[in-house]
Write a protein that binds this ligand. Structure first.
Ligand code: ADP
Ligand code: MG
Length: 250
């Protein structure tokens, strides 16, 4: 049995209840999220798509606890993060949430293995070599552990970044345009590896992408338009995602 560091007694990994986010603008405030309610089951992978400015990054940042909603509730695992202090939220995030960024953000002078284990070091946690080995194998990185980031292709670098995001065994992993710097096929492959790995270890994944092929690797696709989830589709193909995006005015 695979052990996890978080509470798996609940089958809901993430819950947003009527979440609003308004940025105080110069002349006029911007309502980036206008009442988003959603529930993501543990172990699922969800893509978030929608045109530029529809609120995807805002949704991800608020759901991940990087930013706070103007109103509404964000529950990660069994923790309602809305009532936490800024410090409490940071501590919670460090323990329970993982991130993958478009730009990999690997440390150039550290080897692949040290890059993967960095979040454990930063959190002052022990490195479990058996777990790290499992992760390295699952992401197909066994032959690359001695390299430095400069010696990796984009797809390889992003798989290292994914291993780094999963190493603390977060309940939820958030990725904002993680394949934005990769070609569509490599991007879909990397996301497929992320999905398989996360599923195997019971982790939940939320991915923002503008790429239909990448979006279709998820179990479920959420379509955002103007700060609202306007459609929610399970098991969509890339063609269905493209058609739907056109229909909602991408
Ligand atoms: N920090 C911010 N301050 C003010 N407005 C913002 C900020 N971040 C995003 N916005 C605005 O909120 C809306 C949604 O943005 P965003 O969530 O980045 O959309 P997406 O990721 O889908 O492109 C846009 O109108 C954007 O200009
Ligand atoms: Mg964005």
């Amino acid at each position: 049995m695979t052990t996890t560091a978080y509470d798996v007694s609940t089958s809901t990994a993430l819950r947003l209840v009527d979440v609003h986010k308004t940025y105080p603008g110069g002349a006029q405030p911007v309502a980036a999220l206008r009442g988003v309610t959603l529930t993501l089951p543990s172990g699922s992978m969800t893509s978030v798509v929608g045109q530029s400015g529809s609120g995807k990054s805002t949704l991800l940042n608020v759901a991940a606890g990087l930013d706070v909603p103007t109103s509404g509730r964000v529950v990660i695992g069994s923790q309602d993060t809305t009532g936490l202090s800024a410090d409490g939220l940071t501590r919670y995030r460090r323990e329970h949430v993982g991130f993958v960024f478009q730009a990999y953000n690997l440390i150039p002078h550290l080897g692949v293995l040290d890059n993967i284990c960095l979040p454990l070091v930063l959190a002052g946690r022990e490195t479990d070599p058996v777990w790290v080995d499992q992760l390295v194998d699952a992401l197909g990185l066994a032959d690359l552990v001695a390299r430095r980031p400069g010696e990796l292709s984009g797809g390889q670098a992003q798989r290292v970044a994914i291993a780094r995001a999963l190493v603390t065994r977060p309940a939820v992993v958030f990725a904002d345009e993680p394949t934005g710097a990769l070609d569509s096929r490599t991007g879909a492959h990397v996301l497929g590896v992320l999905r398989a790995t996360a599923r195997r270890f019971g982790q939940t994944v939320v991915v923002v992408t503008h790429d239909a092929q990448v979006a279709a690797t998820a179990d479920r696709v959420l379509y955002l338009a103007d700060g609202l989830v306007v459609h929610d589709e399970a098991g969509a193909t890339a063609e269905q995602v493209t058609t739907r995006l056109l229909a909602i005015g991408r």
